[in-house]
Design a protein around this ligand. Sequence first.
Ligand SMILES: Cc1cc2nc3c(=O)[nH]c(=O)nc-3n(C[C@H](O)[C@H](O)[C@H](O)COP(=O)(O)O)c2cc1C
Length: 232
Amino acid sequence: MVIRSTLILILMTVVFSLVGIQINRADDKEATAQQSVTSLPAPETKGKVSVEEALAKRRSVRTYSTEPVTLQQVSQLLWAAQGITEPTKGLRTAPSAVATYPLRVYLFAGNVKDLPAGVYEYIPKGHKLQLVMEGDQRTNVGSQPQMQTAPALFVYVADYTNTASRFGKDKAKEWAFVEAGHSAQNVLLEEVALGMIGVPMGGFEADKLRSTLKLGENQNPIYVVSAALKKE
Ligand SMILES: Cc1cc2nc3c(=O)[nH]c(=O)nc-3n(C[C@H](O)[C@H](O)[C@H](O)COP(=O)(O)O)c2cc1C
């Protein structure tokens, strides 16, 4: 009887300590996930440059200042790309076919003030960044000189999963390209409004991006936009 009770006691101690370890691990994971999230400053919805002025001034520029861009500027540009402007349905700055939102925007930060170099995914809900990888990864975008000299690059990845399940892969691919065009133009016009410069790029290295971002077969890098300050 005593032996049986002792065995039950030992078994219970082992079970409880294992459960405790699991709970601690879950807590650790949650803490790490929270640490890797960066809240972005709230975007401005009023500016000093008209849409017409921004359209007239937009130009593809490939030579940049060596000065860093700020987190506020990056925040404003990400909002222009995919920011939520209608919270009840989660509608965004750029239109999306059947509001399926297949675009993911990754920030490749090389020289952003108050943000460690790394790759971050923009999370529209909550307007924040999720760290994907630490360290400057701009060489994994491609070999064009402005891909290395721009302090920040926005890499568009299309995730076809949701749209393809409803409308087929062909439509999903077509629409994602169209949507990337809408979104990239928003970013380019916002850059003009902020006195910044950049260029949209289709000449990136897809394979390098695929392995850096660990993309699945339903995800494809489709466009890149640089963001920088004017050369003095
Ligand atoms: C789909 C697309 C892909 C582009 N790819 C690149 C690129 O890889 N590298 C680059 O320097 N410019 C690229 N550009 C920018 C064009 O060269 C530029 O828009 C064109 O020369 C017209 O100049 P503008 O943008 O100043 O009006 C691309 C533009 C588009 C629309």
